[in-house]
Design a protein around this ligand. Structure first.
Ligand code: ZN
Length: 68
């Protein structure tokens, strides 16, 4: 039986998967705080252009508050 890192059995995972070196996380796992690569925040600027645009945007927002 394949088990989650929290100890719960995962029924719909094939038993042979238990011999593979992977970490199993069940649904609603109490230890489910490790972010997978699919959960990485892609809203962060990726390119220099995007970074510049984000910086401008942040400046504009800050400027609005600072401007009379
Ligand atoms: Zn779990």
């Amino acid at each position: 039986m394949v088990k989650c890192v929290c100890g719960k059995e995962i029924e719909n995972a094939p038993t042979w998967l238990g011999d593979v070196n992977v970490t199993f996380i069940c649904n609603n796992c109490p230890t489910r705080n490790v972010k997978g690569i699919t959960q990485v925040d892609f809203t962060l600027p990726q390119t220099e252009e995007e970074k510049a645009a984000a910086a401008k945007e942040a400046e504009a927002k800050a400027g609005k508050k600072a401007t009379r």
